[in-house]
Design a protein around this ligand. Sequence first.
Ligand code: VG1
Ligand code: CO
Length: 541
Amino acid sequence: MITTVSTQPIAGQKPGTSGLRKKTPVFMGPHYLENFVQAIFDVVGAKGKTFVLGGDGRYFNDRAAQVILRMAAANGAARVIIGQGAILSTPAASHLIRLNNTDGGIIMSASHNPGGPTEDFGVKFNMPNGGPAPESVTEAMFKRTTEITEYKIVESQDVDIHTVGRKALGEMVVDVVDPVADYATLMESLFDFPALRAMFAGGFRMRMDSMCAVTGPYATEILENRLGAAKGTVTHGTPLPDFGGMHPDPNPTWAHELMAEMMGENAPDFGAASDGDGDRNMVVGRGIYVSPSDSLAVLAANAHLAPGYAKGLAGVARSMPTSAAADRVADRLGIGKYETPTGWKFFGNLLDASKATLCGEESFGTGSDHVREKDGLWAILLWLNILAVRKQSVREILEEHWRIYGRNYYSRHDFEAIATDRADAMVAALRATLPDLPGTEIEGLTVQAADDFAYTDPVDGSTSARQGIRIMFTDGSRIVMRLSGTGTEGATLRVYLERYAAGPDGLDHDPQEALAPVIRAAHALSRLTEFTGRTTPDVVT
Ligand code: VG1
Ligand code: CO
């Protein structure tokens, strides 16, 4: 029986960098989830359509899934494909959307944000191409939430989503699928599994930290079961509703257990971690951390060594704050290079149009045209494939890369939970100084250009303004500042710092030391402390 429930607009249902993210109690509040889901269906239409549904298993995931199923049925959807237990990693959801030629999907995740009754929850819609909805669509959804008066839901018991198989909910078919199987098959089609099996059989040791989040079952199946990595290679491998209290953000700060092991005595050959919904990755060699910007560059330079990319790459795309290391590889390979705003949704058109094959962000995101999301395990497997072919250590590969291309020293400093008005005031004041900055000398650096990054999509011509303030110096150094669009508490200021060393000398400095003048310039030019009261970042990556 379909019920139409009266409701009223709820303020603030504006999707950010990657969907709508709020504190879990907000999402669990009266009509909150329902209003947003109805806005999705009102914009994309549900009648007769097939959608994929899944999430990263965080608190409220299972109950939200039942609500979304009931609303899909009430809005006339023909079929929903849902991961068993309402679990799907973000890249696996993207794959299922494409594999089954569906009309899109709903992913329940707040990704790298912590989960639990008082932490974060999120919902986002992905398009039939498997990628996050573009701004035009999320804007339409937001507009719909401001005028909504009712939503539709069927009255029924919960659907059994814990056993694989075909179920029914009213007229709608619900197909509960194994969350891992199709994704693992896709990985086998891209990488040389026999070579990886031989590498593990030869004693190669790895640590994969799934951070009590969604990649546990995927990593265990692929690394331990299919590739023969030692049992226990995957740690924190059981997804938990509160991620075991961990902050499922794979960076040196939050994945500190992995970092300690990789920097310690008797470290394994290779270490990796992934985030809440499995689209991010951190890669660490024995005694050496690989910055995400460098990782993208190394993967671009070596991707042809994996069977799925043997024909070479069409192009490489990176988000604007990501370092230019990947550009140098693209130049040498003579392939296209693209610079997009932050957020994976901006890569979709480039991938669909076969302009870019590999994409990456400095925020531990790397992916390719195999899906339309960033993909943590994919990046880890591509690294493994490269290691298996080159038979060198991570350190050797990285140092050789810097010798060839030079090194883009890079770091991001995050200042979290700043009062929003202070962060806004700081950005506004900095923006106002931009026209006068060129020619300014500071900390021995001379400003060459300064602007607020604006993007025109080369495929559909859509534009996005104010995507981050850039201050470029004559020696190639760069400062970027922008406010996060995924946080749920106050404002998070991200300061991105970059400095290029051509080599052959000066390639082995500590990044924070190499960047010291750029860091001081960033603080001075933005008057960061004056506006925010902060002197040191909360997270350094
Ligand atoms: C952050 C990252 C961005 C990433 C986004 C979603 O956004 O900077 O690169 O695409 O998170 O990642 P922001 O607006 O907070 O800087 V995930 O893994 O949280 O979906
Ligand atoms: Co994520």
